[in-house]
Ligand binder design. Structure first.
Ligand code: ZN
Length: 281
């Protein structure tokens, strides 16, 4: 990463080490203390995965947050938008939301993604298309943390590797930012001038892994994708943040993949999109 990056990192780390810099209550919305946030991302019009996730954590959260890509790829765009609107989730837009609502023309999408975006555009009820079109661009702040779709400086940027995460970690307005877009559950940390990578693999038996948020560390965390995971685990991925307890839970919940695949086949969506759901790739 070179000398420039590490020199800059030192300055920022010492800033975050200042007393009070990690006091989440210094930036609360009213009633933020004790709030448990359900963090959803990349649902991609898969209502079966979303419903399984919501059923698994009923009563465990207070406020839902959605990091974009509500639609695209999957067979249930209206149903998923209806659910998210019904939850009153704080929602920002993703690249597939732009393409499916017509805000962008999907020219930079690969042919399979473009096919799905254009199919989605035809399916959307007018009020749902308008709702998608009006979604705010990240970063948006809630309860002392930020949410972005890809990255803070560019909503369409993919953050796969520590080197790509460094700028976002250095520039972070809060110690904790949630991002999506890569469909990989995990994230990155900055502590003592070092960038670290986090990976989670909740075992089949427990459904979630816990991360303790430590003072003096900056976090970029990805809850994973509800509707199209790509880390080799087909289960729906999402997170719950309990910041008063300094804990983020990374969840995996199984759902009936074949019922989604059957609806996709009936809709004539591309076979490669149908197949990948079963392998989580
Ligand atoms: Zn996505």
């Amino acid at each position: 990463m070179g000398g420039r990056a590490s020199g800059t990192a030192l300055g920022i780390v010492s800033f975050y080490a200042m007393p009070g810099a990690f006091d989440y209550n210094s930036h609360p919305p009213s009633g933020a203390f004790g709030m448990r946030y359900l963090i959803l991302s990349d649902i991609h019009a898969n209502v079966t995965a979303l419903d399984a996730a919501l059923a698994a954590v009923r009563g465990r959260w207070d406020k839902a947050v959605c990091l974009g890509d509500i639609v695209g790829y999957g067979p249930d765009p209206n149903e998923v938008i209806d659910r998210i609107r019904g939850l009153d989730a704080l929602t920002i837009r993703g690249n597939h939301d732009k393409a499916s609502s017509g805000l962008e023309n999907a020219e930079d999408f690969n042919p399979v993604a473009r096919h799905a975006a254009l199919w989605t555009r035809e399916q959307l009820r007018p009020e749902n298309r308008e709702w998608l079109e009006r979604l705010p661009v990240g970063p948006v702040t809630i309860g002392g943390f930020s949410i972005v779709h890809g990255a803070a400086r560019d909503e369409d940027e993919y953050v796969f590797a520590p080197a790509q995460a460094l700028d976002g970690l250095l520039d972070a307005a809060f110690p904790l930012t949630f991002f999506g877009h890569t469909h990989l559950q995990g994230g990155f940390t900055l502590r003592d001038d070092k960038v670290g990578a986090l990976h989670f693999k909740p075992p089949e038996s427990t459904m979630f892994s816990r991360l303790t948020i430590e003072e003096g560390t900056t976090y970029l965390l990805n809850p994973g994708s509800v509707g199209q995971p790509r880390d080799g685990d087909a289960r729906a991925a999402f997170a719950i943040a309990e910041l008063d307890e300094r804990v983020v839970e990374f969840w995996r919940v199984p759902y009936q993949v074949d019922s989604v695949q059957a609806r996709m086949a009936r809709a004539g969506l591309p076979q490669s999109l149908i197949s990948r759901l079963a392998s989580g790739r």
